[in-house]
Ligand binder design. Sequence first.
Ligand code: BG6
Length: 496
Amino acid sequence: MDDATTNQPGRLPCSFVIFGATGDLSTHKLLPALFNLENAGRFEDDLSIVAFARHDWVTDDLTGYVRAALKDKASQPSRQGVLDRFLTRFRYVRGDFNDVESYRALVADLAPGLACSRTVFYLAIRPADFVAVIKNLKAVGLNEPRGMNRIVIEKPFGEDLESAQVLNRVLHQHFDEEQIYRIDHFLGKETVQNLFVFRFANTLIEPLWNRNFIDHVQITVAESGGIEKRAGYYDHAGALRDMLQNHLMQLLTVVAMEPPPALEADALRDEKVKVLRSIRPIAKRAVHAHAVRAQYTHGNIDGSTVVSYQQEENVEPDSITETFVAAKFYIDNWRWRGVPFYLRTGKRMPKQHSMIAIRFRHPPQQLFRETPLESITPNWMLLSIQPEESMRMEIHVKQPGLNMNTRVMQMNASFLRTDEQILDAYETLLLDVIEGDRSLFIRFDEAEWAWRVIDPILKFWTVDREYIPTYSAGSWGPAEANRLFDSDDQVWRNEL
Ligand code: BG6
């Protein structure tokens, strides 16, 4: 129960409730991230973790499950004590998302004997269950106290513009915006945060970061994996909703935004929204010129044969869901007018690789006669997001010798020193939720404008269900993706 002292804003929550605690997201992302935070000593002593799930379990069953899920992470002897401490934080509440009685059990679990009732509710569940959980939390009063209890919603936030607006209305009926954390885990990735620093802490970069010097921007998120066991969700969502509307759009906003007046949640998000609002709307007749979708057929990745999308478990054999999407956007503002932003993402590509590639313009003058201008390739700046976090600049230098020839030199820099490790995005974000920092979470108008941008493509493809181009698993996508380029000298940059 909150009292005058514990009720002060800024005090940390003492219960972290995970809905869907035994699901994929919780098992593979949340539990390991929470464990790492425990290991780093970032939790208050009184923090408890409450797992809400359907199994007919008691707390011992849950801790057995968590112990097994963290087997690899906690294998070092030095981590055994940390694991034991971590496990004492857990309690299990059996419940059905749709049954209000289960929420009364949750209230009973959270309230008695506790000096504080500030709680985080993490919805690691199917989007179809979001509304039921939100309404039931309200029904038993767990949306209160408004300034204290927080709710974390995973993506996708809605499945199109309209449903996102409906979901948001329901949320806002019961929770204040300050309580809501819409998560896009790409914003927790180190390189993405590094982009803020890279752009706004280096005098060298900012003067070049505009249409005068940049020819175009490419954002690629390639995955070698398929859809694992997620057909139920993915076959309906497709790559446009699953990746482009959120993760890639967020990357685009971070690349393109103006410097905010301060690194505060709303100041940052105001600038990101301005970018989204400045994206030129895609007319229905222009969808073909702006977006390409495709689906993988069988192929070979890293020496293993993989099946086609239509043969994946629980996918309809005639499904035309896209597993690859590429799109071109223009940002009509003073900084970016005329600079195309090419975005693409796909499953079953040759390797897992996410990268932002900035291509600069050709130099205007041909000084080096032995190296004709056409063969002087433009400068590139490549920011790798994963698997490695690094930066590469490609610049021209003189080839040693009597002639004045040039060649491209690559300047590589890893963001990490050898003794440093990358934090998982979820660690950063979960800590932010606990500490109440919303800067790296999505405000509704961001989600809404991102839906507005892609809605014409979504609508067009929903109706146009006859045919979808294909690409072999293990390739960089369909040849059709090349048709998005504005000029012949633009090509997809696949490798660093
Ligand atoms: C998720 C998508 O949001 O992000 C998945 O639903 C995708 O389809 C995943 O595989 C990629 O995230 P990461 O951090 O593994 O690159």
